[in-house]
Design a protein around this ligand. Structure first.
Ligand code: MF3
Ligand code: CO
Ligand code: CO
Length: 277
């Protein structure tokens, strides 16, 4: 069973209870989301051949520090970094390290900044130099999937409508949706109800109501959907080692549709679109 409560009355995650936020939550998320987007804009020139992902991690950390924010992932369940950097066949939760990026890599950078207690969570794909046509197509389809999910995010629809919309986009291109990781409610909490599956049946799941705040963050694979976790306990990779891509926005359901909190002020959210512009 699903119930809905005023977000201000709920400090902890409770299974099956979806918080509904008011204008204070939307204002807080707008500020945290915009700052996260600005940080992701800022790292764009650093995602280059020869640069290690630890540099990206440092740039994100310093941006947060200089703007009164804290990366939510530092000390989160033992994670020690400001961002996740997921390269090529890494699906998500890649750990920044000293290995230099190489021409042709595709990199997802996922950042959550906490500003005044509110969590802005977003990720984007960054191409390193010239990338293959199939990598480009994967990124295009992943962004189209997120867009389709966002278009389905409105009152009266359900969480399943979002997942079904994303799945349809991916599978029409004979790509697959990762099942093992989902979008999530957030606000004063990093991970809250509801879960947002990126696949599913129209009309299933929780009904969307104004005031719900959550992420949509589809992971799409060129091959099969299955993942495995490496021995570091974090890095998720495709079992068949095919390329994987992801992008993520934090959104809030409004009376008429949704508001995206993590839009890029510089228009850099979609790297391929901003490249050819
Ligand atoms: N930002 C990720 C998300 O979209 C969570 C990363 S948790 C970490 O939910 F510990 F791996 F960083
Ligand atoms: Co994220
Ligand atoms: Co997230």
């Amino acid at each position: 069973m699903i119930t809905y409560v005023d977000a201000t009355a709920k400090a902890r995650r409770t299974a099956g209870v979806i918080p509904l936020h008011g204008s204070e939550g939307f204002e807080g998320m707008r500020r945290a989301g915009t700052l996260t987007a600005r940080a992701l804009d800022e790292i764009t020139p650093f995602v280059e051949a020869g640069v290690p992902t630890s540099t990206i991690d440092r740039v994100a950390y310093e941006f947060a520090r200089d703007h009164g924010a804290v990366p939510a992932t530092i000390f989160y369940k033992g994670y020690r970094h400001s961002v996740c950097t997921s390269i090529n066949h890494v699906v998500c939760h890649g750990i920044p390290d000293e290995r230099p990026l190489r021409e042709g890599d595709i990199v997802n950078v996922d950042l959550t900044l906490v500003l005044d207690g509110w969590h802005g969570d977003s990720s984007r794909m960054y191409p390193v130099g010239e990338i293959s046509r199939k990598a480009e197509r994967l990124i295009e389809v992943t962004y189209a999937g997120l867009e389709a999910g966002i278009a389905a995010a409105r009152p009266g629809n359900t969480t399943g409508d979002i997942g079904a919309a994303i799945q349809a986009v991916a599978e029409a291109e004979r790509m697959s949706v990762v099942r093992d990781f989902v979008g999530h409610g957030l606000g004063r909490l990093f991970h809250d109800e509801p879960n947002i599956l990126h696949f599913g049946t129209p009309g299933s799941g929780a009904e969307l109501k104004p005031g719900m705040i959550f992420t949509i963050e589809p992971m799409i694979n060129l091959g099969r959907p299955h993942v495995k976790i490496l021995s570091d306990g974090w890095t998720a990779v495709t079992r068949d080692r095919t390329l994987s891509a992801q992008c993520e926005h934090s959104i809030g359901i409004t009376e008429t549709g949704c508001e995206i909190f993590t839009l890029s002020p510089a228009g850099l959210f979609n790297p391929l679109a901003s490249r050819s512009a």
